[in-house]
Design a protein around this ligand. Structure first.
Ligand SMILES: Nc1ncnc2c1ncn2[C@@H]1O[C@H](COP(=O)(O)OP(=O)(O)OP(=O)(O)O)[C@@H](O)[C@H]1O
Length: 597
């Protein structure tokens, strides 16, 4: 609008000026008409062109000599000069299209002394460029409001100075961090906010180079800040410097929060420490001692022990004592991962590796554990086809994602666990011998509960404490008789079984009862012993000298118990596996092993 008004004034001015110069000599008028930027076309009373100046030639593309004397409508089809001639009314500041050119034009009648219209004049100017500029200004204004919005709302404290080192702009975040307002900074030397250290703005103005991560103290409170500053260069000329401050106390607060969050996550993943492992038995204490010594080395550890003896507990404790404790602990429950997914779950895959592969591929569990520990629980369940790949990780310390030939370096400590004799799995061809040797670097044997009955009392007290907290109870201990009953049982499910058993005992106790007595003990123990009898493996016979090894007895008990649970759930293997607290794959394995129908 401002631009248009400007042209209105100018064209009108030119017209009035021209009326004055009519009296001028023709040569002078010619010079003016040739040199003005405004195009001028004059037509006479019969609509023929009588004047066509140089600017009119430039804008229309016609030459003066070819148009003089021609009817205006033959030269400029869209002309409105004939209307002005007829109406005698001026048309000022009209926008018009001449081909591809936008012009702004004023058309005026020329009258004789008696007021008769004897000619009409059009004075116009090409405004395409001006239109472009208007558009650009509009866009710049839009950008300016956008930047102002960002500048005022960002949490980054920003200050800008000119090339002389005088403050010109600060944002609200700057005031929040430093305590300085616009009054304190704008128009003042950039050193105004510095409490200790050199102004980074001055350094930038001197060197024309950006500065990163400089530490300064600002404001009366000498706040620690981190500064980034960069030169503002326009058309190759230094115009000033822009600086961004970060409050270090805020960064420290966030870092502390991050560390706490990491510790919580780590605790959730590897929640047990060596102090959480109850042990009084010598064999168990020796295992603990060995685990503690091994924990601080980078060596691979193989935890051996029956189901429920505490292998996972050991793995957590080892990770938490090692130097990797602040990094990930990743448990791989080997039997729980189906065989065809195993490779991609554990080693990851690249995009397009198989139908249904995620866009961008996926990190595997080994990559997740990078820098930390991977716990391969029930390692014998790793499909034989994958074992060679695992060997490669152990030897080369690198993995190959499914579908890729590019190895990825991995720094992971491996802890493996098995509840069956690996040597037998090797003999049966179910486990690679070379992998066995690689895993068996530091074997730690965790004794079954029946071999460390000395631990029973402490374990029971530990479990009483645990359930008191969980159920809000106040049980204080266990009677000698009840403890003896527990000692007479073999605990094939080890601590896990004991844990469940004490849980059930609590249910049998009244709220007011403080001591676990024999009468509170679930019949479970006796029932379990009766399995053995019902399996026609008369305990007496065993005692009388039928040489049965403990391993065979435990296997028989395991078989009988699995049969019992399967019967209870009418053959539903999923529910049975849940009750047995083993994976479905493991249950299938055991059904096959014991040839259970
Ligand atoms: N010495 C111990 N002190 C306290 N709690 C224990 C101890 N050993 C095992 N537990 C508890 O017994 C349960 C079973 O332990 P864990 O899962 O570590 O056994 P596991 O040998 O890994 O079993 P599986 O081979 O079936 O995976 C856990 O709840 C664990 O906290």
């Amino acid at each position: 609008m401002i631009t248009l008004y400007f042209y209105l004034e100018k064209s009108l001015g030119t017209f009035l000026f021209m009326r004055k110069v009519i009296v001028m000599k023709k040569e002078e008028l010619d010079i003016i008409l040739k040199s003005t930027n405004d195009a001028v076309i004059v037509i006479n009373a019969i609509e023929k062109i009588t004047l066509f100046n140089t600017a009119a030639e430039r804008i229309t593309g016609f030459q003066e000599k070819e148009v003089i004397g021609k009817p205006i409508k033959e030269v400029i089809i869209s002309t409105r000069l004939p209307y002005v001639l007829n109406s005698g009314e001026a048309e000022l500041n009209q926008r018009q299209l001449l081909g591809n050119t936008t012009i702004i034009t004023s058309r005026m009648p020329v009258k004789d002394e008696e007021g008769r219209v004897i000619a009409a004049v059009a004075i116009f100017r090409d405004i395409s460029e001006v239109m472009d500029l208007t558009h650009q200004i509009y866009k710049l204004k839009e950008m300016q409001s956008l930047l102002e919005g960002i500048f005022h709302s960002t949490q980054d404290a920003i200050s800008v100075c000119n090339e002389k080192g005088i403050g010109v702009l600060i944002n609200p975040a700057y005031t929040r961090v430093t305590g300085f307002t616009e009054e304190d900074i704008i128009g003042k030397p950039v050193t105004a906010d510095i409490a200790e250290g050199e102004s980074m703005h001055l350094q930038v103005l001197r060197t024309k180079q950006p500065v990163k991560n400089a530490r300064l103290k600002v404001g009366s409170q000498k706040k620690d800040v981190l500064v980034h500053a960069a030169p503002i260069i326009v058309d190759g000329e230094l115009k000033g410097s822009v600086g961004v401050l970060h409050d270090l106390s805020e960064i420290k607060k966030l870092t502390d929060e991050l560390i706490t969050a990491k510790q919580i996550i780590r605790k959730l993943e590897a929640k047990y420490l060596f102090e959480d492992i109850i042990a009084e038995d010598e064999g168990m204490l020796a295992a603990l001692q060995k685990a503690k010594q091994a924990a601080v080395t980078p060596a691979t550890i193989l935890l051996r022990g029956e189901s429920g003896t505490g292998k996972e507990l050991f793995a957590h404790a080892i990770h938490n004592l090692s130097q990797r404790r602040y990094n990930q602990f990743v448990r791989v429950n080997c039997p729980a991962i189906s065989e065809n997914l195993f490779e991609s779950e554990v080693f990851g895959y690249v995009e397009g590796a198989f139908t249904g592969a995620r866009k961008g591929g996926k990190r595997g569990l080994f990559e997740e554990a990078h820098g930390g520990t991977i716990f391969l629980d029930e390692v014998t369940e790793i499909p034989i086809s994958i074992q060679a790949k695992l060997l490669r990780v152990l030897q080369e310390k690198e993995i190959l994602r499914v579908g890729s030939t590019k190895p990825i370096s991995i720094d992971v400590r491996i802890i493996a666990a098995t509840n069956i004799a690996l040597e037998e799995a090797v003999k049966e061809g179910k486990f690679r011998e070379d992998l066995y040797y690689r895993l068996n670097v530091i074997p730690i044997e965790i004794p079954p509960l029946r071999k460390r009955k000395r631990d029973l009392y402490s374990l029971v007290l530990h479990l009483i404490n645990k359930y008191n907290q969980e159920y809000g109870r106040k049980v204080e201990g266990i009677s000698q008789e009840a403890l003896r009953s527990l000692e007479n049982y073999d605990w094939p499910g080890n601590i896990r079984e004991l844990q469940n058993y004490i849980g059930r005992t609590f249910i049998n106790m009244k709220y007011s009862e403080k001591i676990i007595e024999e009468e509170h003990l679930p019949k479970f123990i006796h029932k379990d012993v009766s399995f053995l009898i019902s399996e026609k493996e008369n305990i007496d016979n065993t005692a009388k000298g039928e040489d049965k090894s403990l391993k065979e007895m435990v296997a028989k008990a395991e078989k009988a118990y699995i049969k019992e649970v399967l019967k209870k759930y009418r053959g539903n293997r999923t529910l049975a596996a849940q009750e047995l607290q083993i994976s479905l794959r493991n249950l299938y394995y055991k059904i096959e092993k014991y040839e259970i129908d």
